[in-house]
Design a protein around this ligand. Sequence first.
Ligand code: FAD
Ligand code: UDP
Length: 377
Amino acid sequence: MARHDWIIVGAGFTGAVLAERIASELGQRVLVIDRRQHVAGNAHDQLDAAGILVHTYGPHIFHTNSPKVWAYLSRFTEWRPYFHRVLGMIEGQLVPIPFNLNALYALFPPGLAARLEDRLTDRYAYGARVPILQLRQSTDADLKMLAQYVYQQVFEGYTKKQWGLAPDELDASVTGRVPVLVSRDDRYFQDTYQAMPREGYTRLFERMLDHPNIEVQLGVEFADLPSAPDARVVFTGAIDEFYRYQFGPLEYRSLRFVFETHEVEHYQPVGTVNFPTNFDFTRTTEQKYLTGQRSPRTTTITEYPEAHRPGENEAYYPVPREVNQTLYQRYLALSSDDADRLFFAGRLADYKYYNMDQAVARALQLFEQRIATLPRS
Ligand code: FAD
Ligand code: UDP
């Protein structure tokens, strides 16, 4: 009998959830490998040289509307309630992002702001989340003017930096993540559950993977693993890499993170400050707001977007647009003959712009709908 029933490639949310489910619900033995020297994938966190808990691959804020995902993860962590706030530097002022009624009154003269608020609440309900690309379709002259202003001040430059593309060259869901908010709610997310794992993400993963049926091997490349023909495989890395780029590389965006420690208690007024129109970075996040840590010093992470160069930097973001989806489907079709033995899931393997909760939901669904119903090999 094979030593492991399953090989799971990647110890991020997707891989860890599937390993935990297979080990504890099916009683099967799982080997989880990761090429990195740690678990938790892109959600990894650790103390830096100044003793500040930082997110190794950029700031990660947990939020979800799914009671199921929330209940599942709550088995492995306690939570610290946290509402993320973002301010954007617009025309020299720091105003709430998503752009909302408070931003409107901060940037426009009171009379005009009141008129624009009326136009917005006439056209949309109070509390509506209006994607900028939709607001730009407005026929009302005032709303058209407002849409053009927000497009130029908030979205155009930021998106060009982040993706190397204009907002309308990307799937509308990308800029739709940060809509214009017809409300005075200054929170970045409006999800039902918003919190951070009290002891950090890495601790959550350690608990999830702590099971007698799970073995974790770190610093291990899938390609270097001795062949295990009897084991089923879940691959959570990049699907084009798995298939040796035979149809050419898929498009991803990367980031360069600059970590800086400052000898002050707080460096900026909120968790994140966005810089849509100036500099070549997009945003700076002060980790202590997210984690609730107390210290006389503080560490910030600034994100500099870059093109992805395979083998040189990390593929952090799939680039949601049609041409890439077509290429992705060609790669996915290569797995169709192996449907019961090889599974792709995760942000890179599915080529979907998942948040953490969506990666968890996807893994739970894959487990319930396809893996739990497989005949034992
Ligand atoms: P990953 O976490 O990427 O895990 C995949 C793992 O597979 C990696 O550890 C990798 O090393 C390993 N691997 C890949 N190929 C191989 C191979 N061939 N051999 C061995 N190992 C391999 N989500 C939120 O909900 N909130 C946020 O605030 C948030 N902020 C983010 C900020 C940034 C900068 C980024 C990039 C993402 C952010 N996310 C956020 C998204 C979040 O990181 C993902 O949803 C989540 O990490 C996806 O989990 P995953 O398991 O699919 O992939
Ligand atoms: N965006 C923008 N200006 C902002 C914030 C976001 O143009 O001030 C756009 C940009 O295209 C960005 C997308 O909205 O990539 C999604 O933003 P989000 O903060 O969700 O990105 P993530 O945290 O995943 O990097």
